[in-house]
Ligand binder design. Sequence first.
Ligand code: SAH
Length: 249
Amino acid sequence: MTTAILSALVEEQQGLLQLLVNPERVRRGGRSYWRGELQGRNVVLALSRIGKVAAATTATALIEVFGVQRIVFTGVAGGVGAGVQVGDVVVASAFVQHDMDSSPLFPRYQIPQYGRASFDCDPALTALLLEATHEGLTRARGEFHENNLYQNPGVHQGLIASGDRFVSGAAELQVLQNGLLAAGYAPLAVEMEGAAVAQVCFDYGVPFAAVRTISDRADDQAHVDFPTFVKEVASRYALAIVQNLMPML
Ligand code: SAH
């Protein structure tokens, strides 16, 4: 059984690469895929790259070329649900594409020819990821300096919305949320890749689970908060979560 660990950002992958046993780098489609073992489990590490198309390409190659049997995705996201703060973590239960709109031919957000707008994550893999997240955060927290702001991260589980846009304005976010809510979708977070990977995994029947650390609130401050956060917090969370997940698989 080979598990793909898909990272959205270079910083998140660095720690994993250092732990990879018997690493073998394979280049394909302008990307690097790393085969090896993490804590005795066969893995392929890959960067999704940014945006839905790039992430779908990476996910397809992981399945078709590298034969992975499940995909776990880590990344950062903008927190949009009430009480979802910077430094919190969201484990995805499902994904929707907030920029999919074939109306009036199809209901807004519905993906033509699929008859659906959202894709569920695999419940069993997601349950393990949730457990690993709780344990991983306890561990990562212990490594932070006393003055760190993110001492007590909340862990949430729910819908995540993806689209090809870095959402960085309160007004823009309001429009996005109002549209989704009108269709019955209340996302906890927004990002740019997860729904694409969820759709590819749906097509191939490959179990998928995803976790996102909240780097910003998708508001006017988003671009300021983002870079510092990725380096200082998100990469450590992702590493700790994956390290806790591996022995559970
Ligand atoms: N600085 C990065 C690019 C970041 S793009 C680089 O140079 O490679 C933003 C990334 O963070 C995407 O992976 C996206 O999924 C996620 N993200 C974080 N906050 C977001 C927000 N408010 N809106 C959309 N995506 C967000």
